[in-house]
Design a binder for this molecule. Sequence first.
Ligand SMILES: Nc1nc2c(ncn2[C@@H]2O[C@H](COP(=O)(O)OP(=O)(O)O)[C@@H](O)[C@H]2O)c(=O)[nH]1
Ligand SMILES: [Mg+2]
Length: 222
Amino acid sequence: MPEARRGTIAIEQRVLGRNDEAAQRNRAFFRERGVGVVNLVSSPGAGKTTLLERLLGDLRERVRMAVVVGDLQTDNDARRLRGKGARVEQITTGTVCHLEADMVWRAISTFDLAELDVLIIENVGNLVCPAGYDLGEDVRIAVLATTEGEDKPLKYPTMFKSAHMVLINKTDIGGVVGFDRDAALQSLSRVAPQAATYEVSARTGQGLARFYDDLLARLRPA
Ligand SMILES: Nc1nc2c(ncn2[C@@H]2O[C@H](COP(=O)(O)OP(=O)(O)O)[C@@H](O)[C@H]2O)c(=O)[nH]1
Ligand SMILES: [Mg+2]
C-alpha cells in the first residue's frame, strides 16, 4: 500500500477511535439518566423530518421527547419541528457530512435530562458518512424511501448493516415510482437481516402504529 494511503487510514482510525470514546461517554451518561436515544439516518429527502413532525405529535402523550437535528446549513428542519412540545436543537456542521458524538454532547449540554425520556437525533442526510459514527444511541433507524430505488441497501450496505430498524418510507407513492417491493425486502434481508423492517408513509401515517410500539419497547426495556 502506498505510504500516503497508509497515513490516511491511520488518521481515519484515530478520528473514529476518538469518536467511539465520546460515544461511550454519551451512552453511559444517557443510560444513567434513563434517556433512550435514537439516531435517524437516511439519504437527503427520504423523509426523516416529515416522520419526526408526525411522531412528535403522535407520541407526545406517551413519552417526553427532545430532538437534535443535523444539517450542513440552515435551521429549516428545527423550525419545522418546533411547537410540538419537544425541545429542538439544530446543529449545523458546515462541510461535515455526518454528526459526531461530541457534537451531540455539546448540543445537549443545556438540556434538563431529568425532564426527558427520549432523545431523537436526525443525522445529516447521507447514506455513507454517518454509518461509521456511533453517537451513543440505543437504536439506529435507517430510512429508505421508495423514490430512491430498491437497490440502495445493496449499494450502501454499511449503513443498513448498522441499523436496528429500517423504515421503507413513501409507500403511498411506491406504485407511481415503480418501486419493486419484493426486491427491496430481499435486498434488506440479505444486507441487514438483523434489522426489523417497517413499510410506512410519513405523509399518511400508514404503518406507523406498529413501528411506534416496537420503538418504545426498544427504548424502554421492561
Ligand atoms: N409522498 C410522500 N412524500 C413524503 C413522505 N415523507 C416525506 N415526504 C416528502 O419528501 C420530501 C423530503 O422530506 P423530508 O422530511 O424533508 O426528508 P429528510 O431530508 O430526510 O428530512 C418532502 O417534500 C416531504 O413532504 C411520504 O411518506 N410520502
Ligand atoms: Mg430533514
